[in-house]
Each structure stands twice: as C-alpha cells, then as structure tokens.
Design a protein around this ligand. Structure first.
Ligand SMILES: Cc1cc2nc3c(=O)[nH]c(=O)nc-3n(C[C@H](O)[C@H](O)[C@H](O)COP(=O)(O)O)c2cc1C
Length: 168
C-alpha cells in the first residue's frame, strides 16, 4: 500500500459524516486481531497533540483487547463497505475472525503495530495516552436513559494521532 500523509484535521467533515451514517472501523490487536464499527468519536487537539477519542462499551470483545493494548487504528471508507460496517457492528470477534469472514485485509501501518484496513481510504494510527470510564453520576439523565438502558457504559480512549494518511 502507498501512503499519502495528510493533516489530521483535513478530512474531519468526511469523518463526522461517515461516523453519523454508517460508522467507521476501529481496529485493535491483542491476543487476537479484531475490528468493530464505531458511530461515535472525536478528532481534536489537546495536550499540544492531535487526538482521536473512541468510545467502547464494556460488553464489546474490543474492550478486553484495547484494555490490554496501548494503541489502535481507525480506518474510514469514503463510501461503500456499508455491509461490512453493518456486520462488523453486529458480529463479535469472540465468535469469528471478521477480517476473514467479511473480506477485509489487514495491512501494516506506518508506525504502530496495529494494522489498518486495506479496503478503506483514510487511516489514523493512534497511541493511547489517556482513558476515562464514564461515570453516570456526571451524565445528563435523559442521555443516561436513552443511551444506557443496560448500564453498558463507554470507556473513552484518547489516542495521540501519530500518523494520518490516505491509501493511494
Ligand atoms: C453504526 C454502528 C455504530 C456503532 N458504534 C459503536 C460505538 O461507538 N461504540 C461501541 O462500543 N459500539 C458501537 N457499535 C456496536 C459494535 O460495533 C458491536 O457491538 C460489535 O459487534 C462489537 O464487536 P466486538 O465484540 O468484536 O468488539 C456500533 C455499531 C454500529 C452498527
């Protein structure tokens, strides 16, 4: 794969557009390699660094993996892969190898040890620098009701963006 480095904020509009429609891929490598769909997330600037925040509920297989990792990657298709995003957002890596099952190809990134997804257009490589479990005490009660009926709260993982590139 050929990488074309881009500024981390250059495609923010496209990322937010994908997040709020079909989702994007969050890939984590632990004892297993796995990817899941996320529909929420943030790209921003903090601690003098570009940061990507990803929210993972405790029930996800990804949660066990990311808790033991210090990095993750995010891969975004500008269009298409809708079926794959729906499947990676409903099937669990506990049961299947989603890369094999859904025809996704892991390829080595530039800096971190976690691969990115070849079939996507835009990639972020991130090193985890902070994490925060949600404390419902601090959450708006209407949000608590509408998003956390099962009390399956997110942990937010803050990843320093150490590489951002388009696949050529
Ligand atoms: C469009 C979409 C967006 C999603 N966003 C999130 C998210 O932001 N955080 C999360 O924990 N789960 C989210 N999910 C659910 C997970 O992708 C789903 O539970 C997945 O099967 C978890 O995979 P795993 O068990 O292999 O980690 C989303 C699912 C879809 C379809």
């Amino acid at each position: 794969m050929m990488f074309k480095d881009v500024h981390y904020a250059q495609y923010m509009t496209e990322v937010n557009q994908r997040l709020s429609s079909n989702g994007i891929f969050l890939t984590v490598k632990g004892e297993k390699l796995n990817t899941m769909t996320i529909g929420w997330g943030f790209i921003g600037y903090m601690w003098r660094k570009p940061i990507f925040i990803v929210p993972v509920r405790k029930s996800r297989f990804t949660y066990g993996l990311i808790e033991k990792s210090d990095e993750f990657t995010v891969s975004i298709p500008f269009d298409g892969l809708k079926k794959e995003l729906a499947l990676c957002g409903s099937k669990s890596g506990r049961d299947i190898d989603k890369f094999k099952a859904f025809g996704l190809t892991p390829v080595d990134g530039k800096i971190v040890n976690t691969p990115v997804i070849n079939e996507c257009d835009l990639h972020y490589e991130c090193k985890i620098v902070f994490k925060q479990e949600m404390d419902p005490v601090n959450l708006d009660t209407a949000y608590d009701k509408s998003c956390y009926a099962n009390k399956d709260y997110h942990t937010l993982y803050f990843g320093e963006i150490v590489a951002c590139y388009l696949k050529e």
